[in-house]
Design a protein around this ligand. Structure first.
Ligand code: IPM
Ligand code: MN
Length: 338
C-alpha cells in the first residue's frame, strides 16, 4: 500500500454536495488511502451568509494542494451565474483545469449494450470564457452578445490530451464532436487542429460527428464511441446525456484536470446540488465516489482507484442497493466490498 499522504481540499458545497462527499471520503479512506483533508465552506449558502464566493487568497492556498474534491454548488436563492461563474468557473480557469474528463460505463448483462466511453470536454474556453456583454440593457434596443473564444493553443492542448488518452485504450478510437457545418470559424479551427494532431497518432482511428447527430447516437448506439473530444458547451450538454444513457446522472463522475500538473486538479460529480432531495438520504453517492476514484488515479493510487471502481461496478447488487438504501447505506456497502 502506498503510504503517501495526499493533501486534499474539500468543498462539500450546497444541497446534497456534503452528503455525497462524506461517502466519497469514507470510501477513499476505506480503500487504505491516506488523505489529509482541509474543508472549505463555499457555495450558495456561504454567499448568502457573508457574500463570499471565492477569493484569490483561497485559490492561492489551493495551489499548494494535491487535489480538490467538490460535491455540488448552487442554491435556488442565488441569482444564476453568481456561484457558477464566481466559484466553479473561477476554479477551472484560475487553476487552468483545461480538460474536463467524463467517463461513462454501463455494465449491462447483454454485452452488446455495454458502454465504456470517455468525453473530453475543453474546460477553459468557448462560450464559457465570458466574452460578450450588453448594450443599451433594459431598453427596447437592447443588444446582448455572447461569443465563443477558441484559441489554437487551447484547442490543441485539449485535442492532444484526447489523442494520448485514445492511444492508451484498447480500441484507440477518437471522435471529434462539433458543428462545423454552421460554426464555420470555431469549427474550422477545431477540425484543422484535430486533423493536424491526428498525423502524429497514426494508430488512433478518428471520426467526426456533428453535435446534433451525436445526440441521436448517444441514445441509439453509444457503443460506437471510445473517446470523444469536444468544446466546452457541447461537452456540457453531451455529458448530461451521457449520464442519462449510462445508468443515470447519479453515476456520472468527472475530473477537471490540469494535465501539466502545475497545480491541483479538481474532481466532482457531474450532477448538481439537487436541493429538492437534500437531507432526505435519497442522493446517490456513486458519482461522488467514482469522482474520488478518478482523483486517486490521478494521485497515483491506481490500485485503490481500481478497487473502488470494481466495488461500484456490480450492476445487480448496485441496482438493489440504490433502490433500497440511503446515501449513507450505499457508501457503507461500497466500503464493505473493498
Ligand atoms: C457542469 C455544470 C456546470 C457547467 C455549471 C454548474 C456551471 O453544469 O459541470 O457540467 O456548465 O460546466
Ligand atoms: Mn453540466
Amino acid at each position: 500500500m502506498n503510504q503517501t499522504t495526499h493533501r486534499v481540499g474539500v468543498v462539500g458545497g450546497d444541497g446534497i454536495g456534503p452528503e455525497v462527499i462524506a461517502e466519497a471520503l469514507k470510501v477513499a479512506r476505506a480503500a487504505g488511502v491516506d488523505l489529509s483533508t482541509v474543508d472549505y465552506d463555499l457555495g450558495g449558502a456561504r454567499y448568502l451568509r457573508d457574500g463570499t464566493v471565492l477569493t484569490d487568497e483561497i485559490v492561492d492556498e489551493w495551489r499548494g494542494l494535491d487535489a480538490i474534491l467538490l460535491g455540488a454548488v448552487g442554491t435556488p436563492e442565488v441569482p444564476p451565474g453568481v456561484i457558477e461563474r464566481g466559484l466553479l468557473l473561477k476554479m477551472r480557469f484560475d487553476l487552468d483545469l483545461y480538460v474536463n474528463q467524463r467517463p461513462f460505463t454501463l455494465a449491462a448483462t447483454d454485452p452488446d449494450r455495454q458502454l465504456d466511453f470517455i468525453v473530453i470536454r475543453e474546460n477553459t474556453e468557448g462560450t464559457y470564457a465570458g466574452e460578450g456583454g450588453f448594450l443599451r440593457k433594459g431598453t427596447p434596443n437592447e443588444i446582448a452578445t455572447q461569443g465563443s473564444v477558441n484559441t489554437r493553443f487551447g484547442v490543441e492542448r485539449c485535442v492532444r490530451y484526447a489523442f494520448e488518452l485514445a492511444q492508451s485504450r484498447p480500441r484507440k478510437h477518437l471522435t471529434l464532436v462539433h458543428k462545423t457545418n454552421v460554426l464555420t470559424f470555431a469549427g474550422d479551427l477545431w477540425q484543422r487542429t484535430f486533423d493536424e494532431v491526428a498525423v502524429e497518432y497514426p494508430d488512433v482511428d478518428t471520426a467526426y460527428n456533428h453535435v446534433d447527430a451525436a445526440c441521436i447516437y448517444f441514445v441509439e448506439s453509444p457503443q460506437r464511441y471510445d473517446v470523444i473530444v469536444t468544446d466546452n458547451l457541447f461537452g456540457d450538454i453531451l455529458t448530461d446525456l451521457g449520464g442519462a444513457v449510462s445508468g443515470g446522472i447519479g453515476f456520472a463522475s468527472s475530473g477537471n484536470l490540469n494535465p501539466d500538473r502545475t497545480g491541483p486538479s479538481m474532481f466532482e460529480p457531474v450532477h448538481g446540488s439537487a436541493p429538492d432531495i437534500a437531507g432526505t438520504g435519497k442522493a446517490n453517492p456513486i458519482a461522488a465516489i467514482l469522482s474520488a476514484a478518478m482523483m486517486l488515479d490521478f494521485l497515483g493510487e491506481s490500485d485503490a482507484a481500481a478497487r473502488i471502481r470494481k466495488a461500484c461496478a456490480d450492476p445487480t447488487a448496485l441496482a438493489d442497493t440504490t433502490a433500497a438504501f440511503s446515501t449513507e447505506d450505499i457508501g457503507d456497502a461500497v466500503a464493505a466490498r473493498l
